[in-house]
Design a protein around this ligand. Sequence first.
Ligand code: GRF
Length: 293
Amino acid sequence: MLDRLQKKWKVSGLQLFLILCTFALGGSMCGYLTRLLIEPMHIENALLYGTLYFVILTLLWPLCVLAVSIPFGQLAFFKNYLRKIASRLALNKKENVEEDDDMIPIAIFASGSGSNALKMMEYFKDHPKIKIVLLVSNKPGSGALHHAANFGISTLIIEKEAFLKGDAYLPELESAGIKFIILAGFLWKIPGALIKAFPQKIINIHPALLPDYGGKGMYGLHVHKAVLEAGESESGITIHFVDDHYDHGATIFQAFCSVQLNDTPETLAVRVLALEHAHFPKVAEQIILDAFE
Ligand code: GRF
């Protein structure tokens, strides 16, 4: 049962433990505070007592779990959890649906720390036309998933075997209404069936000037190490459409930075990542708007 919860909530074992502690302590605190509020009223009627107890308990419960979640480091999870309950109760649903009709729903795929995914979430937060509705990751507990929870964005954890088969996750993408996919540090090769389902609607960012320093195994510090070993004086970023080969589709945009004599792969990575953060959201926005004009 714990396994199922872990899968459902897409959390690590430790995080599940902290969440369960928050539920337990938050629940007890809520019961205690409710009694504290009701006892001084000296209500004799059992029905009235029970009704009042239930109402106060229901109102206090979210506040108690949120308060307890802070010391357990689970505020992001509980904010997202409560938001989901609220939307299931259809509190704000009507307005959202009307407002969302004109939006282009997009998904971000990210495997790692998700700094680019975070920039996208910040950039598109109140965008009038584009909405990030899904964060897809192959890494439970990744930074990208954490950012999604903070922004109230739904998440989907995928498994390698099913993903590489091709269309295993198409139903999920379709039911979320996804029209465009941004790969922001996603390490698996995109299967042909997915590319077919989203023709010219999947883009990727690579931390070098393609066509050089791309392809299988060219990710993270490997890229910057290769650039330094080749004695390049310049590096940069490439944003490109995704096709059947790693880092291969048509280039959309490049930005450049200098390579310095005393650079290490780490220092070069910092300069390149800053370029990614500065350009990727704006370039993605333009491509998406052009695609759906
Ligand atoms: C970036 O360098 C990007 O170019 C590459 O993966 C990295 C992701 O970094 N495709 P982050 O997880 O967004 O920080």
